[in-house]
Design a protein around this ligand. Structure first.
Ligand SMILES: NC(=O)c1ccc[n+]([C@@H]2O[C@H](COP(=O)([O-])OP(=O)(O)OC[C@H]3O[C@@H](n4cnc5c(N)ncnc54)[C@H](O)[C@@H]3O)[C@@H](O)[C@H]2O)c1
Length: 340
């Protein structure tokens, strides 16, 4: 089997560090980019670039990566990467792919643009389009088997059409808000309008400088509305949703680890009516463990033209357009804005 030469740029938490967390390891066999590249037969992981020497020592000593350095130009010349994994914080990524002439596909971390900035994501998209390079954005839920089944008709099959949705996020609108917006779009279809439901407040503890959070509403093409509220992760974490369908209820909680459906039944308090039986609920088996590995399956296939990206750049750009509109709505005191 021919393998694809791969280079990671940015070797911090999502590239490697998350694999050190024992709680995470209990649920995710593949928690970091490094853990996938170390195992995946389609890739020949040759290099790591990071501006921090401790990160390079980690790549050399823990992961036995042969070529590690701070100078992207030099490393690109030595590795001649066909695959780039851009796991730096947002900004400057368009320049990075400009310096790698042999690329066949790119996996880039979300978000495409840093909060309050605009342009690098669009430049990256323009360069990729001109060179015909498929770009996958790491919204990892898009490669999870259970979530893909739910997106491909599973939600409607188990609970009918959605009527009302509520959802939660924290640690920043551009950060986890983006994950949640992407996940809602994946499962429930296009968002046609947005409305801020309160003022934007700094997400001080979030990982992206300048990020904020606020409650907001998303109107979907089918007509139902999702209300989304922020939590302060200083108390506890959650990125989750609660979908009330015409025939049942579906919840995805514990940041995606626990998915439950609840059936419709006879109403316990009123004759001749129905209710959702929220006392029980069936847990659907989680498949998050190898979701990131499967994203790399898709990356390998996209690199040789065998598949379209499951989480393409154009879809990620829609998430960020929605985030921008939510912030504009907040600045305008809560105006309802159409997503064009
Ligand atoms: N998809 C997910 O679920 C997920 C999870 C965590 C983080 N992320 C995203 O991944 C990105 C990185 O987050 P993180 O938590 O790993 O950050 P981090 O700070 O832990 O790691 C970033 C690394 O990039 C290096 N770096 C920064 N700029 C560089 C440059 N110009 N050239 C070379 N190296 C550079 C830093 O030295 C650091 O080692 C962010 O965009 C974040 O939002 C995504």
């Amino acid at each position: 089997m021919t393998t694809l030469r791969a280079l990671i740029v940015g070797f911090g938490q999502v590239a490697s560090g998350l694999s050190n967390d024992p709680r995470m390891a209990a649920h995710f066999k593949y928690a970091s980019h490094a853990s996938v590249l170390a195992d995946h037969p389609a890739f020949d992981w040759q290099g790591v670039v990071d501006s921090n020497t401790a990160a390079l020592d980690n790549a050399r000593n823990t992961w036995k990566v042969p070529l590690c350095g701070t100078d992207l130009g030099r490393m690109a010349a030595e590795v001649r990467p066909e695959i780039a994994v851009l796991a730096t914080p947002p900004g400057g990524r368009a320049d990075m792919i400009d310096r790698m002439p042999d690329l066949k596909a790119v996996l880039v971390e979300k978000p495409l643009d840093a909060p309050g900035e605009n342009g690098d994501g669009a430049r990256l998209a323009a360069i990729a389009a001109e060179r015909g390079i498929p770009v996958i954005v790491n919204y990892w839920r898009r490669s999870d088997r259970l979530f893909r089944n739910l997106a491909a008709g599973g939600v409607a099959a188990s609970i009918g059409r959605a009527q009302a949705v509520s959802a939660l996020y924290g640690n920043g609108l551009a950060n986890n808000g983006g994950h949640l917006i992407d996940f809602l779009r994946m499962l429930l279809g296009a968002v046609v309008a947005v409305q801020a439901l309160g003022p934007a407040k700094p997400a001080a503890a979030g990982p992206l400088a300048g990020d904020v959070q606020l409650p907001f509403a998303l109107t979907f093409a089918e007509g139902f509305v999702a209300t989304v509220q922020p939590l302060d992760f200083a108390h506890y974490r959650e990125v989750g949703m609660d979908i009330w369908g015409e025939r049942g209820r579906l919840t995805i909680l514990q940041e995606g680890l626990v998915t439950r459906t609840y059936p419709m039944t006879g109403n316990r308090g009123l004759s001749g009516e129905r209710e959702i039986d929220c006392d029980t609920g069936e847990v659907l088996e989680t498949t998050v463990s190898d979701a990131l590995f499967r994203m790399y399956d898709n990356l390998a296939d996209a690199a040789v033209g065998r598949a379209e990206p499951w989480s393409p750049l154009a879809s990620a750009a829609v998430n960020e357009r929605i985030v921008d509109l939510i912030l504009r709505s907040a600045a305008e005191g809560g105006s309802r804005l159409t997503v064009d």
